[in-house]
Design a protein around this ligand. Structure first.
Ligand SMILES: C[S@@+](CC[C@H](N)C(=O)[O-])C[C@H]1O[C@@H](n2cnc3c(N)ncnc32)[C@H](O)[C@@H]1O
Length: 285
């Protein structure tokens, strides 16, 4: 078993259990918060406005496990086609579907059966007709080249063991001029080995986080331009205490060292337009 397969299996199991908790009337909760049975973790809470959540099925809101609100920042337009990488219970797909309207379409891609079943139920409850959920891995997107105007993702890319591949795949399926609009956890300095090594923390949306410069470099290598990383929440010691608790980690030793080094960020980038073909002698010089 390679590292990627091992991590994917742990992630799938964790989010499958989270989806089942929502189905049985509980809240999904991410990583450390779920282990603690404490749903007030600072990463996933209070991401959406009341205006957004009141129009959604309750289970879609309860299943929210993101770390931002990418559809609020993505500037989606009527008629656009959107793909959400790691769509979970479907909250951002349903919000996108409303923004792109009946002439547009929103797709969600997820590898976890229980999450896909929950997302389907939420689609039915919302009465959404311009929505489709697909099973697959974000490292191998089962969709054609150049087919989306916008790719969104909410706290998922940090979970992948092969982020280069995810970004290459996102670039491939975007149309020329298409936008990437991602919420993710990002670090602002080298990460402590104790944290990176913990698969549990990885599943808790933290240890797989890229350093900001690394994220920008990987996006550029994948071919993106106009890359931006904007902090949306910066985590302090007290936040770190919450998500490190219960992980078998010496919280007192580590918490002071992570103060201000983790943030939720909005990451944007654009797939370049195809250059116009040469039309006159000398125009390519
Ligand atoms: C942290 S949750 C976020 C869910 C959703 N984006 C939200 O904001 O509520 C991560 C989701 O991504 C899915 N996921 C994680 N890694 C994946 C991968 N490599 N390929 C496809 N889906 C993945 C999980 O099954 C889970 O539903």
């Amino acid at each position: 078993m390679n590292e990627g397969t091992g991590i994917r299996d742990v992630v799938r199991e964790k989010y499958g259990a989270a989806a089942l908790r929502v189905k049985s009337g509980g809240s999904s909760c991410c990583g450390a918060a779920a282990a603690l049975d404490n749903c007030c973790d600072p990463i996933t809470s209070n991401l959406y406005t009341d205006g957004q959540t009141t129009q959604l099925p309750e289970e879609a809101v309860l299943a929210s496990l993101g770390c931002g609100n990418p559809t609020a920042l993505a500037e989606l337009l009527p008629g656009e086609t959107v793909l959400d990488l790691g769509s979970g219970g479907g909250i951002d797909v349903l919000l996108s579907a409303r923004r792109v309207g009946p002439t547009g379409k929103a797709y969600g891609l997820d590898m976890t059966d229980e999450m896909l079943a929950l997302a389907e139920r939420n689609k039915q409850s919302a009465g959404a007709t311009n929505v489709e959920f697909l099973k697959g891995e974000i490292e191998h997107i089962p969709l054609p080249d150049n087919s989306f105007d916008v790719i969104i993702s909410n706290c998922v890319i940090n979970l992948s063991a092969d982020k280069d591949r995810v970004l290459r795949e996102a670039f491939r399926v975007l149309k020329p001029g298409g936008r990437l609009a991602v919420s993710d956890v990002v670090t602002t300095g080298p990460m402590l080995p104790e944290i990176r090594e913990s698969v549990l923390m990885w599943v808790g949306c933290v240890a797989g986080a890229l350093e900001e410069t690394e994220y920008r470099n990987k996006l550029a290598v994948a071919g993106f331009e106009n890359i931006g990383v904007e902090p949306t929440r910066v985590y302090r010691i007290e936040d770190a205490r919450t998500f490190l608790s219960g992980q078998g980690i010496d919280v007192d030793a580590i918490a002071p060292q992570v103060d201000g080094k983790f943030m939720s960020a909005f990451i944007r980038a654009v797939k370049p337009q195809v250059k116009a073909p040469c039309c006159a002698p000398g125009c390519c010089s």
